[in-house]
Write a protein that binds this ligand. Structure first.
Ligand code: NIG
Ligand code: FE
Length: 420
């Protein structure tokens, strides 16, 4: 497949960040080629450059008739988005919570009254696997329609051994029917379910001794996540869960600082791929993060949907040299959006990220947050053919036109999805 005459081709290549996530000024270098072209063969990118150079390529000259050509005149092409934080395994939207919040209740008040995460458990526990697979697949397709080609998908709305494994199987089954790439995460430690109320050590034991070993043995997850916050799991419990993950060969990531501040240093020895939300972070932890490759994944969709005035301190992170990524946090409670451009728009308007920074955070740094940057997140020879074509003249229009989808074509591992 050949994409030609691309108005602006954003390669996201060529920065010193080739061997680590982007930080500071590196986030502002989208690597634009005007009148660009990308040649993809067998699901891989094989040639990136100007249209003029591509058309001179001897292989292409010989094989031009065999190649499917997509004319991208007046369009923007960029790496498919890497949505590195989603919770797609749930059955129903949480409409009662939505209305209660509009009437003034907070996320935590609703959770304490039996709403929130716990109210999604029954649906997932009762659902057959194929229902869950269908829900996940529908979400993946919607994400692809908005330009996303790699998705991290968490379990976390079952919270029994059986229903967490069922959720991970649903992610695996949906992934096998979707042309993009899915990275699965076990979030057995989302909250303590009702039947373990007052006995959280017992529940942590179930996560550590049963869920993690079984998910690892069956290769159903690459990561273990913990919701470390008030009303969920403590720092000590999070460390125990990370120990179990490491003992079973799984990498770790966590929901951190969404509702309250937690000191991050005890977790850094586990080398988390990413710490997510990060609305509340101590000034002392920021320089520590700046020295490491752990990505701060910001999910402004949650702040927007909960109607919060404050957003994560993206500028503080970026200016201090902390690598940041952006993700949707797609879930029924705090962020029911599948749209990375929406998350990017919120990042620009509410977190004062420049459009170029938002794009790097949604592509190459998302790939770092999932430890797939060797094959995802930029348009470079040898990487997977994951591309998004937007029907706009200038890349800054992607976060600018909020609430509208201008993604015209998504290419997922070389498979084309035409949308407009
Ligand atoms: O990322 N904070 C924990 N998890 C989700 C919310 C889950 C829910 O409300 O269903 C989040 O915001
Ligand atoms: Fe989340």
């Amino acid at each position: 497949m050949l994409l030609v005459s691309i108005g602006q081709l954003l390669t996201l290549q060529g920065s010193p960040a080739g061997s680590r996530p982007r930080r500071g000024r590196e986030l502002k270098e989208p690597g634009i080629i005007a009148d660009g072209a990308v040649l993809c063969v067998g699901g891989k990118i094989v040639c990136v450059g100007t249209t003029k150079d591509a058309l001179r390529d001897p292989w292409l000259r010989k094989n031009r008739r065999k190649v499917t050509e997509i004319d991208c005149t007046g369009k923007v092409v960029l790496p498919g988005f890497v949505d590195s934080h989603t919770h797609p395994v749930f059955v129903s939207p949480r409409l009662v919570d939505f209305e209660k919040r509009i009437e003034g209740a907070s996320y935590e008040e609703i959770a304490r009254a039996g709403g929130g995460i716990r109210s999604s458990l029954e649906g997932v526990r009762k659902a057959g696997k194929s229902i869950l697979t269908g829900k996940v697949l529908a979400a993946l397709n919607d994400m692809a329609a908005h330009g996303t080609t790699t998705v991290e998908a968490k379990s976390g709305y079952g919270l029994t051994l059986e229903s967490e494994l069922k959720s991970l199987e649903a992610i695996r089954d949906a992934a096998s029917r979707w042309p993009g790439t899915v990275v699965a995460t076990l979030l057995g430690a989302h909250v303590v379910p009702k039947e373990f109320q007052g006995r959280s050590p017992k529940y942590v034991e179930l996560v550590c001794k049963k869920m993690i070993p079984r998910a690892a043995k069956r290769k159903l997850a690459q990561f273990v996540d913990v919701f470390c916050d008030k009303g969920a799991f403590t720092a000590d419990e999070t460390e125990q869960i990370f120990e179990a993950a490491a003992a079973n060969g799984l990498d770790v990531r966590a929901h951190m600082g969404q509702l309250s501040e937690t000191a991050l240093w005890p977790f850094l020895r586990f080398n988390p791929a990413s710490l997510d939300h990060m609305d509340h972070v101590s000034e002392d932890d920021i320089p520590q993060l700046a020295k490491r490759d752990t990505v701060a994944t910001l999910v402004p969709g949650a702040n927007y949907f909960l109607g919060l005035k404050e957003y994560p301190p993206a500028r503080k992170f970026i200016d201090a040299g902390v690598p940041v990524a952006l993700a949707t946090d797609y879930n029924p409670g705090t962020s029911p959006t599948m749209s990375m451009p929406m998350a990017m728009s919120l990042a620009c308007t509410h977190m004062k990220m420049a459009p170029a920074e938002a794009i790097a955070a949604a592509t190459i740094n998302g790939a770092w947050a999932l430890r797939v940057a060797d094959r995802k997140g930029s348009i470079e020879c040898g990487k997977d053919a994951d591309l998004a074509v937007f029907a706009v003249d200038d890349y800054r229009e992607i976060p600018y036109w909020f609430g509208a989808n201008h993604c015209e074509v998504s290419v997922l591992n070389g498979t084309t999805l035409k949308l407009l």
